[in-house]
Design a protein around this ligand. Structure first.
Ligand SMILES: *Cc1c(COP(=O)(O)O)cnc(C)c1O
Length: 400
């Protein structure tokens, strides 16, 4: 089939809820993907950081195949031999006592919100149905109706109301705004330590620490959504680690499966996660043995292959080199680890045309919002590959 035929099939028979670059990928390995014509590209999106371990990592693949031959789904009506080991590994790596496995990121966010509300009622003593959760402008936590209820992005919400009540939005990077919004009915604050979909927005140093202190002082739970920033992406296990902040709940997803399978989880200590009782929450696929086996292998790869350190070292190098590019379009380059956003001036005409031009030079990156190009290659990337990419990026950022 011709490349246009694949595209036409998608356009004709599929919903148009994305605006993909017109590259049709057929296979992938490590940091590289190949289209149906055999053309090779460097993946600088990593499926929104779900393939931090690199595409089709052989160890995760082997774990998946081995488990798929044995048992894939038991439902949580029965126990399985993989889940406890997965829990233990998550706990050993993260320092949290417990976890609750789900599938998509949005489901794990919903789980954390439900848990925060329950904690508000049974521990904090908030009157029934009065719990409030504080969120921040520019947030991205997923696409369910409750989650978009507290989005500040009009296109995520338009025509999807009525919305779920109980959320209060305040400006990001403003700890006082959180303090002012807290009242006796506040159960939790939810935020991304670095905002991904908003365009790699890094708050001022000290913001997270101050928010943590405020939450502790007012008996409010802090929920860190690390679905995109977690598991090494920013050069630490969690982005909150840059400020030695430990949220009451941390939400992980995406790279928890190395891109093989949707796996997410809420991590917290027993005093919080222990509040769920049988029948109050669940998921048919959440915590299934196939997911648990894949999750275990994915976590092992991150640790065994020093991907967190590689992200820190090569992220710094990539940013330094990118900063040497003399381009009239660049407003700001910001990032932590291999999580880098290049914000362009509005006069540059939007990030999309730069992403198209990068594609022509065998680099896949995606605009986020209108003016930011996100560079987030798999964490297995090496210096040689970055040196291969840099002149191409320079060429694009200095084109007419
Ligand atoms: C991707 C993402 C989600 C949603 O995850 P899905 O698996 O797409 O539901 C939630 N929060 C953040 C920060 C994300 O980047």
């Amino acid at each position: 089939m011709e490349i246009n035929q694949f595209i036409e099939l998608e356009e004709q028979y599929g919903a148009h809820n994305y605006h993909p670059l017109d590259v049709v990928i057929e296979k992938a390995e490590g940091q590289w993907v190949y289209d149906v014509t055999g053309k090779k590209y460097l993946d600088c999106l990593s499926a929104y950081s779900a393939v931090n371990q690199g595409h089709v990592h052989p160890k995760i693949l082997a774990a998946m195949i081995e488990q798929a031959k044995k048992v894939t789904l038991t439902s949580r009506a029965f126990r399985n031999d993989q889940l406890g080991l997965f829990y233990k590994q998550l706990s050993d790596i993260s320092g949290y006592e417990m976890s609750l496995p789900m599938n998509s990121g949005a489901e794990a966010v919903e789980t954390a919100l439900k848990l925060a509300r329950k904690w508000g009622y049974v521990v904090k003593g908030i009157p029934e149905n009065k719990a409030e959760i504080i969120c921040v402008d520019g947030n991205f936590h997923g696409r369910t109706i409750s989650i978009i209820s507290f989005s500040s992005e009009p296109s995520y919400k338009k025509n999807f109301g009525p919305f779920t009540p109980g959320f209060v939005c305040v400006p990001y990077n403003d700890a006082n705004a959180i303090k002012d919004a807290i009242n006796e009915n506040t159960a939790a604050v939810i935020l991304e330590p670095i905002q991904g979909e908003a365009g790699v927005i890094i708050p001022d140093e000290g913001y997270l620490k101050t928010v943590e202190t405020i939450c502790k002082f007012h008996n409010v739970l802090l929920i860190a959504d690390e679905i995109q920033t977690g598991l090494g992406r920013t050069g630490k296990l969690f982005a909150a680690d840059h400020e030695n902040v430990k949220a009451d709940m941390t939400i992980v997803g995406k790279a928890l499966s190395g891109g093989f399978y949707p796996i997410s989880a809420v991590l917290a200590d027993r005093k919080i996660l222990g509040l769920f009782k049988p029948g109050e929450h669940g998921s048919t696929f959440g915590g299934n043995p196939l997911a648990a086996a894949i999750g275990r292998a994915s976590l092992s790869v991150i640790i065994d292959e020093n991907l967190i350190e590689n992200s820190a070292t090569l992220g710094k190098y990539f940013m330094e080199k990118m900063n040497e590019i003399d381009s009239p379009y660049i407003k700001e380059i910001r990032g932590k680890g291999l999580f880098i956003g290049v914000e362009l001036f509005p006069e540059a005409g939007g990030a999309r045309r730069f992403c198209e031009a990068l594609k022509e030079r065998n680099i896949l990156a995606k605009e986020t919002h209108d003016h930011v190009i996100r560079f987030a290659p798999p964490l297995i990337i090496d210096k040689e590959t970055i040196d291969w990419a840099l002149p191409r990026i320079r060429e694009v950022l200095t084109m007419k």
